[in-house]
Design a binder for this molecule. Sequence first.
Ligand code: NAD
Length: 483
Amino acid sequence: MTDDFAADGLARNFVAGEWRGGDGGESIAVEDPASEERVLDAAIAGSESLDVAIGAAKDCVARGAISDMLPAERAALLRRIAAEIRTLAQKGSPLLARESGKRLEDAQGEFAEAAAYFEYYSGLADKIEGRSIPLGPGLADFTVLEPYGISAQIIPWNYPVSLAARSLAPALAAGNCAILKAPELDPAALLMLGHAIDRAGVPKGAVSILNGIGADLGARLVRSPDVDQIVFTGSVATGQAILHAAADIVTPALVELGGKSAAIAYADADADALVESVKWGIFNNAGQVCSAMSRLLVHRSRHAEIMERLVAMAGSLSVGDGLSNHDHTPQISAAQLDRVEAMVARARSDGQEVATGGARIDRPGHFMAPTILDNVDPASPIAQEEVFGPVLCVTPFDSEDEAIALANGTEFGLVAGLFTRDIGVALRTANRLRAGQVFVNKWFAGGIQTPFGGVGKSGFGREKGAEALLNYVRTKNIAVALD
Ligand code: NAD
């Protein structure tokens, strides 16, 4: 054991307040996807580490280590975690940029966002209130919002630090303990958050962060009968497996899954705002964003002009490593690049038009060219399935009804967007879009304060905002006979 999570180039697990080496098999070599060089090794937590984490969390739940704190004390604890995350950011952001491949500015943004989640939920920690229910003079009735106990949280690799904070902060605010499973591909910056947890004075054992293989450690964690609630963020297939596991032991589970989100550009769309939104919406983080703008539905009268501008924008992106803040960064792994490229190759062989990009870039690292497909058949696999890469499908439309039907025409429903100067069209369209969140005239409009979550195969439950707290409490009703 050591007090440093990455002594000797080995990222360790944060288990019950201690840094533990691996007991779950050979360490994972964490790679820089821009150079394919090794960044460090990450220890794999095995069943013993998991047992220690669960035992310590159970003990914390039993003695009310988090739940019995005065709400204002919990709020102060969350603020201290936020401050420690801001301190860690200087060391953590370059590490996150290297292991994930993302831009340094985005990695810094992740740490800042993670701190902001703790600050936001610290403000709500002492405002988790039940209600009183009038039942007549003979009874007093009220509800209490209780924490579940142990929250098991499975984190994906695309935004490991901010997504972990998105679930951990409200869980703690509501009085829960938590065990987080870090993603295999880029676990180190998330494991490092153990330092912030520790230095902020979180009771030992109330939070553990373990790194391990999803189908092994992750599956064991969610199947544990000691886990009281599951939060999963990741792919549809894994979400379905977790829901099956949760059903077997009747554990409540929240699932935040993938997307195939569409923007509608009406005839009066502001081209500058649209092009900027496409740049961020599909090319940032190499398209590895659950709420990416992976489809653009453009009014036929603007189709040629918009396509010309989009192809020029895609061609102007600087390509390179994230640490140097290039616009266009690599896919996280060779396997992800293979998958993205294969999906585009299949689209091409299905007859879809490649307007720009379409294949990997011939250089070291896992770089896929920024890709735009035009006149895409909305029923084709590339328009229906999540690519999770820098691939935009453009389809022209003629009427408002047609645009909305196309936008709603997949199994997903995470976010949607629209571009128009007409407020009536904007609100009418927003009401009819089947998605958890609608962006008007700016993709990714919103913040940590705005509820986020899916419809259909994008999952259910809401994270972010005040609504998220409801995932982390259960309602108890207490009725008192007064006679
Ligand atoms: P993934 O489903 O492969 O893995 C997610 C996590 O689940 C990882 O930590 C993995 O180790 C773990 N896991 C895998 N199998 C498991 C099992 N059987 N039991 C328990 N845990 C298991 O997803 P990914 O490739 O890491 O992430 C990409 C996906 O995540 C995309 O589909 C993306 O849209 C989605 N995502 C959704 C949101 C959202 O908020 N809706 C946010 C980010 C990413």
